[in-house]
Design a protein around this ligand. Structure first.
Ligand code: G4P
Length: 189
């Protein structure tokens, strides 16, 4: 997606060969025109797919998922990383290991918010090692629903998440795929 790639090139900061800082437009300050265009693009890409619900993971996926859901006209639910006294209903849970942060965390979705038989589209901001998507897939399947596909804003193509998920037969569509990056520049695949 050209608009996104242009933002990445002009506003992204390469912190290392593995980490890209995009908090001026994507995951801290939010460029709403870009979000709107990304939501529309996800709708266009997955227009051949039945989508009954969008699932994401807090926090950065929420805004993007909402914008996509606006075009799909379906509900959004996000997996929570913390539990609270309000979460009295039973929840689907999955353990996610983050290589980027070198820690594990549990994600939860209350049972009423994914229904058996639904086709669920997963949306997230980054795809690195694919662990978050695998956790969400586990939750979707436990609910008796189907993973309809995965929409990603920025896939880091030099990490193995995309390859792993596609080899499992999962449809992964990324708006920008970075092949390599360094302080000298960013190359898209
Ligand atoms: P994985 O699910 O693909 O295995 O990814 P990983 O655990 O490695 O990613 C952990 C967190 O780091 C995620 O955010 C992800 O969005 C973020 N992340 C991964 N690579 C980059 C990067 O190059 N730049 C930036 N800015 N973030 C990256 P999170 O923990 O879910 O946090 P939140 O921002 O959604 O709250």
């Amino acid at each position: 997606m050209d608009l996104l790639k242009e933002k990445i090139l002009t506003m992204g900061q390469v912190l290392s060969e593995e980490v890209l800082k995009v908090d001026s437009f994507l995951n801290h300050q939010i460029d709403i025109s870009l979000y709107e265009a990304m939501g529309e693009e996800f709708k266009r890409i997955f227009s051949d797919t039945q989508v009954d619900r969008i699932l994401t993971i807090e926090a950065s996926g929420i805004g993007i998922a909402c914008m996509a859901a606006h075009y799909f006209r379906v509900p959004v639910v996000y997996a929570k990383k913390t539990t609270s006294k309000i979460m009295q209903d039973e929840a689907y849970e999955a353990e996610v290991f983050s290589f980027t942060k070198n820690c594990s965390y549990t994600v939860r979705v209350l049972k009423p918010y994914i229904k058996p038989g639904e086709n669920v589209l997963v949306i997230d901001d980054f795809l690195a090692n694919g662990q978050a998507v695998l956790g969400l897939k586990q939750i979707i399947e436990e609910a008796g629903a189907t993973l309809a596909g995965v929409g990603i804003v920025i896939e880091k193509g030099f990490q193995d998440g995309g390859k792993k998920l596609r080899e499992m037969g999962i449809r992964v569509e990324s708006l920008a795929v970075i092949g390599s990056m360094s302080r000298n520049g960013i190359n898209f695949l």
